[in-house]
Write a protein that binds this ligand. Sequence first.
Ligand code: 13P
Length: 250
Amino acid sequence: MRKPIIAGNWKMNTDLSRACELTEELVGKELATRAEVILCPPFISLAAVGERIADTPLKLGAQNMHWEESGAFTGEISPTMLTSVGCEYVILGHSERRQLFSETDPRVNKKAKAALDHGLTPIICVGETLRQREEDEWRGHIESQVKAALINLSAEEVATLVMAYEPIWAIGTGKTATVEQANEVCRFIRVTIETIAGHDAAEAVRILYGGSVKPDNVSALMAAPHIDGALVGGASLKAGDFAAVVNYEK
Ligand code: 13P
């Protein structure tokens, strides 16, 4: 059985004081424990958020990472820096990083490897553009992103990681993929992983859907057989909405 995940990607939102406040609001709510719940605040708030969730079931994740441990890489954050503040997860290859900050498949692969080497669980994002969806080119695109991200990872490593399907056309647009579309792509990702890392790894890997997940659509998405969780942007910035997503109806 794959344990579901609900992860909040706060993106470049919340200053330190708002991040602490939002965390405290969440800690004060009744949150179901059937899913692992991960908060991914901006780097500058990781330590403070980490302290506030230390005695709770909530977990800490970062939004990006460099693959080196240290060195002359101005502006970058290393895996050991993330683990030193209690991070257990790291989002890699988010479409905003790919589209706006020149993130490439080979770098996502290096980062995934480094994360695993340091005991961090990567949440590797893949997803197609609206044009690729409309021209029915999403399969080739998703397959190449998945394969590139997993180069040189062992089947055991692949089994532990998390994938996130985030169709670019559904991010921050209010447009959600239908449950059928999301499940179809998540299934396709699992089948692709099976060809690379075998059946057991493909069955173990958790695949999230992200793109305008909200309290009113999360339950239907979570009921789909190949969707193991949600990567939530906008709705993770309001404690009430995020708690409602976490407490989705089964
Ligand atoms: P929204 O939930 O705001 O569409 O963002 C999705 C996302 O990009 C999460 O990583």
